[in-house]
Design a binder for this molecule. Structure first.
Ligand SMILES: Cc1cc2nc3c(=O)[nH]c(=O)nc-3n(C[C@H](O)[C@H](O)[C@H](O)COP(=O)(O)OP(=O)(O)OC[C@H]3O[C@@H](n4cnc5c(N)ncnc54)[C@H](O)[C@@H]3O)c2cc1C
Length: 569
């Protein structure tokens, strides 16, 4: 199959990818834009976002308040220039989305409704019932269809980024439906591949969230930033990890221990259930250690109680929560409390970019959960991420478009050579291997290592043990045995490629976590309980090193107007 040279090629058809595509298409009518996605775009994880998207919309709110909440939530690791740009542009983006057809909930007076969210000092989370991600993604998807200059590659899987003379010149991708590896030439590539929650065994993340883009960038020399910061969401269903949105607490739900107490009064007396996620998740562990949690077939849990909200509010504001709990645990939250426990949810870190979405590799850009533009620091506030994918998706799209307009098309000879090399690599590693290792075993051991060493609380000993397992995991991975040698929808091959990406991301994560000898935001070290600004008020940058542990360097945090202070709620 012959594919055209795209000026801007976006890897990822979720919220960040589609927003970037529209921005690039709008930048110039002569630009050719490609969007590649391993699943049909509407199946991207953005679709499952429930609670809402944050923006300053009301008279009782202002940009400084949203910025301060975000920076305090980040435990002062966010770059403050990034946050200031974010809060200003988030409002324009949600209004734009309204014009593109997103049906935000409205109050009787016609204004967009707002709800409370953890760590936000006023109500500023806009929502479309508890299916916000679905409506947001749908509005972006239908808008993207207007532009003839956007070409989609649905169900194509990117296996590598192509780099010639230090400059990005395209990607290689498997056409899952028709079979075959293709080089897709591009002047600029934007990574919008989402998070990597699947490196943990118990997660809210869809099965497709395997950190592909983070690893793709890492393999061509781009550093991964602040990867040690992993957000645990306090309320997932035991067993499946399905998310009970924070909106359940935003609308007034309680968390109760096995004594029937709202235990957050002992940890976050001013915010209670609406404290930031890192602190609410840690409170669960303390309750667990004190024996005040329930025990069930899928481990311990506490209760999320919505009964006092009544059927009308639950049906109007939280219909999806009712649907999910009825279907997955056989409980109707109108009449019974919901069992919940903390679950790995979101990666604050990712591909290192500047405020415009640019990475250190020429022609490579990134946005969304795959990227780390440094707006979430050590802990993201709920509902900031949907706004982030809009603001920084658009920024990356515009920046990549400007760059591409000044570039020549990449050389065909180089592309063909690079694609042949990738073909050879895939053949040798996956189809000609004589190894006997099973993928499921390696993935299980990876999960176990990550959960034991890099969970909610971490220690030097646990992290060191987890780090030490990577050489053996990699060695086993190189002896992987695949049964399926077919070309079309070879899901076994895809899972193997994803596992390779996960190993990269997981190893960089635990290495950064081991070196960060302090507790900040989501990174809680039992052996270094205090935040240590003199030593660690800085971003980690993990670089891939052949045959050894990743190399970690550091980058200063940009402080504009808010000096670091103790983070108390
Ligand atoms: C259950 C859940 C609920 C959430 N609720 C909220 C909320 O209420 N508010 C909020 O602000 N945030 C929420 N979040 C977080 C937020 O939804 C995500 O961070 C955000 O949607 C990520 O968008 P994205 O565009 O970066 O990535 P995604 O939507 O994950 O899209 C990634 C895209 O990359 C493609 N891709 C990946 N790898 C490859 C590859 N190798 N080749 C080709 N394509 C590839 C995928 O096909 C997909 O199209 C929630 C997250 C979860 C999991």
């Amino acid at each position: 199959m012959d594919v055209p040279v795209h000026d801007v090629l976006i890897v990822g058809g979720g919220g960040a990818g589609l927003r970037a595509a529209i921005a690039a298409a709008e930048a110039h009518d002569r630009l050719s834009v490609g969007v590649i996605s391993k699943v049909y775009p509407m199946r991207s994880h953005t679709v499952s976002a429930e609670g809402g998207t944050a923006a300053v919309m009301r008279e009782d709110d202002n940009f400084d308040s949203h910025a301060y909440d975000t920076i305090k939530g980040s435990d002062f690791l966010a770059d403050q220039d990034v946050v200031e740009a974010f809060v200003r542009e988030a409002r324009d983006e949600v209004i734009q989305l309204e014009h593109w057809g997103c049906p935000w909930n409205r109050d009787p007076d016609g204004r967009m409704s707002v709800r409370a969210f953890g760590g936000m000092s006023v109500k500023r989370t806009l929502f479309a019932a508890d299916k916000t991600g679905f409506h947001l993604l749908h509005a972006l998807f239908q808008t993207s269809l207007k532009y003839q200059r956007i070409t989609r590659y649905d169900e194509w899987f990117v296996t590598s980024l192509l780099v010639e003379d230090g400059k990005i010149c395209g990607v290689t991708a498997l056409n899952l439906r028709a079979g075959g590896l293709h080089a897709i030439p591009a002047k600029a590539v934007i990574i919008c591949t989402g998070g990597a929650g699947r490196i943990f065994p118990f997660t809210t993340n869809a099965a497709i969230k395997t950190g592909d883009g983070m690893s793709l960038a890492y393999r061509v020399g781009c550093p991964l930033k602040d990867l040690e910061f992993v957000q645990y969401h306090p309320t997932g269903l035991p067993g499946t990890g399905i998310l009970m949105t924070e909106a359940s607490r935003g609308e007034g739900g309680y968390l109760l221990n096995n004594k029937g107490d709202r235990y957050l009064k002992d940890y976050l007396p001013t915010r209670m259930e609406l404290g930031p996620r890192d602190m609410v998740s840690r409170a669960f562990v303390h309750e667990e250690r004190a024996g005040r949690v329930f025990s069930g077939p899928y481990g311990t849990y506490v209760h999320l109680d919505l009964r006092h909200l009544g059927e009308k509010v639950i049906d109007e504001k939280l219909p999806f929560v009712r649907e999910l709990t009825k279907n997955y645990v056989g409980i109707d939250p109108v009449y019974a409390p919901i069992p919940v426990r903390p679950v790995a949810h979101y990666m604050m870190g990712g591909v290192h970019t500047d405020i415009e979405g640019k990475t250190p590799v020429q022609g490579l850009y990134a946005a969304g959960e795959a990227a780390c533009v440094s707006m979430n620091g050590a802990n993201r506030l709920g509902s900031n991420s949907l706004s982030e994918i809009l603001v920084f998706g658009a920024r990356a799209g515009r920046t990549a478009a400007r760059y591409a307009l000044e570039q020549e098309a990449p050389s065909n000879a180089a592309l063909e050579r690079l694609a042949r090399e990738e073909e050879k690599r895939l053949q040798a590693q996956y189809f000609q291997s004589t190894g006997q290792e099973r993928m499921a075993d390696i993935r299980r051991d990876l999960h176990k290592a990550m959960e034991e060493g890099a969970g909610i609380f971490r220690t030097e000993e646990g992290l060191e043990k987890t780090c030490a397992q990577f050489p053996a995991l990699r060695e086993r991975y190189n002896r992987l045995r695949l049964e399926d040698r077919s070309q079309v929808f070879n899901t076994e091959l895809i899972a193997a490629l994803e596992l390779g990406f996960m190993l990269d991301v997981a190893e960089a994560l635990v290495t950064c976590a081991l070196l960060r000898q302090e507790s900040r935001g989501s990174h809680a070290r039992s052996d270094f309980e205090a935040r240590d600004d003199p030593r660690f008020l800085k971003h980690s940058l993990a670089y891939r090193a052949e045959g050894g542990r990743p190399r970690v360097e550091y980058l200063p945090v940009t402080i504009t107007r808010w000096q670091p202070e103790e983070r108390k709620y």
